[in-house]
Design a binder for this molecule. Structure first.
Ligand SMILES: O=C(O)CCC(=O)C(=O)O
Ligand SMILES: [Fe+2]
Length: 275
């Protein structure tokens, strides 16, 4: 089919990111730059992945869905777990902060919405797989958790945390007027080194290890959050921060627990079958 007739034409910047042919010299350069960034910082930022027209369309669609977001507030530690009873009172695993935000689940997305089309697009997943240097990549099998629109309104905040997955891919749609910045401390911990000392300092306000990624609409971000603590700063102003979160994994069949579904979407059953 001619390229002009395809849904992505004029929305994804295929001049800068020619992902339809991964042998293309330009995309190979993009991929090797992204791999370098991932190696050095655990984050690969690809600005202008969407064209300005793509950003406009994605914003319109996301604003339509924004009302259906489930909003939740909770308090917890940076490790997203319950600290063991044996830990001392002042252990950093007992340090808590509050999070509040809204989320729209995969099963709430109309089929033709751009964010969903990008998520389900084979060339896009292959491109992400290359950036991550993985032999195989799969979409999450979870009917709610596979694709999310995260909605953060005035006063919302995503606390400092380490992810429980190896990587997350996001596509920034809309920025808040003030706040809503993504902050992280590259590789502050390692598989065999929790580095509680530096994590503790950071949680108590030390900024020496903090790097900020501004939330430019249209930016694609591949982020390895298991070892790099990160947060989204408090939203100020009336404009909500909107961002798409794509669930990919290096193994098939990834599902969310009922607990996670309940706190994130306010329900455990998907809206309809067969997505
Ligand atoms: O909203 C973001 O930019 C980051 C989201 C995030 O860290 C997460 O969902 O684990
Ligand atoms: Fe995260």
């Amino acid at each position: 089919m001619a390229l002009e007739n395809q849904w992505f034409q004029g929305l994804v910047d295929l001049e800068v990111y020619p992902i339809l042919d991964l042998e293309n010299r330009k995309i190979k350069e993009v991929i090797s730059r992204a791999k370098c960034q991932l190696d050095q910082l655990g984050a690969a930022e690809m600005t202008g992945f969407l064209t300005p027209h793509g950003v406009k369309k994605l914003t319109e669609e996301s604003v339509q869905m924004e009302q259906s977001a489930y909003w939740n507030a909770l308090t917890g530690n940076a490790y997203l777990d319950e600290p063991e009873a044996s830990l001392p009172e002042n252990h950093i695993r007992r340090w808590t902060e509050s999070t509040s935000l809204g989320a729209v689940g995969y099963d709430q997305f109309p089929e033709h919405f751009l964010l969903r089309r990008i998520y389900e697009w084979e060339p896009f997943m292959n491109f992400i797989r290359e950036v991550l240097s993985l032999p195989k990549l799969y979409r999450y099998a979870d009917p709610m958790g596979a694709l999310n629109l995260s909605v953060m309104k005035k006063g919302d905040y995503l606390r400092w945390h380490f992810d429980q997955s190896d990587f997350v891919t996001s596509l920034a749609v809309r920025n808040s007027e003030v706040g809503g910045e993504f902050e992280y401390a590259p590789r502050i911990r390692a598989p065999k080194n929790e580095n509680y000392e530096d994590v503790g300092k950071l949680l108590k306000g030390d900024r020496t290890k903090v790097v900020t990624i501004p939330n430019h609409p249209g930016t694609l971000l591949v982020f390895q959050g298991r070892y790099s603590i990160h947060r989204v700063t408090e939203i100020q102003g009336e404009t909500s921060r909107l961002i798409g979160l794509f669930g990919y994994a290096d193994e098939p069949g990834v599902m969310s627990s009922d607990y996670l579904r309940k706190i994130r979407y306010g329900r455990t059953s998907p809206l309809k079958q067969g997505i």
